[in-house]
Design a protein around this ligand. Structure first.
Ligand SMILES: [Ca+2]
Length: 252
């Protein structure tokens, strides 16, 4: 797991710092939040006059503002003006096991890969994940999402979780990345893009799942057109990736 983002997220200002993150899981009066490439537990500020504290707990997927002082993180509330998840089937629940995930497209950058829905016991959200594995000796692939209409200058948060599976004796050095792909319109497919791909976040030498490795970051749309989130898997024989909980949100 890339720990530099963890260190960055925990780096102290003179007094405190504010970040934007996505709620991964809500439990009681605390939540698990994904910020950058770090996942941590945060407590919640309850507005005065709320009789039931559990009503103030944001559900999974909510974009929230979190603040840190010393070692404790606190969620102040949902970010108003932020969109919900703009891509279809980001949790890979909409297809049967063993078939290609619906609303996603696989592109072979090099070699040949296959992407199918699997239901392992260690999902992030729901019951299903997308499993990507190489057919050739080595392979680099992009599994990219449904289209999202964007306006130049708007900011987007892209995130996903990846986990690796390695056969016995195989090097544990598979690399993952989340990319933003830019298109003229919703019907154009990769590699017919309008702008260079934006690498939003990377994870090198992804560790065996569980635990999952979060991969997330923000991007500003360079043009008005269409954005698709892409999950890049760089794999060799005996290596495979699971992907889950992919999101694209507009904010700011
Ligand atoms: Ca899922």
């Amino acid at each position: 797991m890339n720990t530099s983002a963890v260190n960055l997220a925990a780096q102290g200002g003179p007094w405190a710092q504010i970040r934007t993150g996505t709620v991964v899981e809500a439990s009681g009066t605390s939540v698990t939040v994904l910020v950058g490439s770090a996942v941590f537990t945060a407590s919640i500020v309850i507005p005065f006059g709320i009789p039931d504290p559990s009503a103030a707990v944001p559900p999974a997927g909510t974009l929230v503002a979190v603040g840190r002082q010393d070692s404790s993180w606190t969620v102040f509330g949902a970010v108003l003006g932020a969109s919900g998840n703009l891509i279809v089937n980001g949790s890979f629940e909409n297809s049967a096991t063993g078939v290609a995930p619906s609303s996603w497209t696989l592109y072979d950058v090099s070699g040949t890969s296959v992407a199918i829905v699997e239901r392992p016991p260690f999902v992030v959200v729901g019951e299903s994940t997308a499993a990507v594995s190489p057919v050739s000796a080595t392979a680099v692939s992009l599994l990219y999402s449904s289209p999202v209409d964007v306006v130049a200058g708007e900011r987007y948060q892209l995130s996903a979780f990846v986990g690796a599976e390695y056969e016995e004796g195989v090097a544990q050095d598979a690399d993952a990345a989340v990319l933003a792909l830019w298109f003229d319109d919703a019907s154009t497919l990769y590699p017919t893009t309008t702008d260079p791909d934006t690498t939003v976040a990377t994870a090198t030498d992804v560790i065996p799942v569980p635990p999952w490795t979060p991969v997330s970051g923000t991007v500003t749309a360079p043009v008005s057109g269409v954005l698709r989130l892409a999950l890049r898997s760089s794999l060799a024989a005996g290596q495979a990736f699971f992907w889950d909980f992919a999101t694209v949100r507009r904010f700011g």
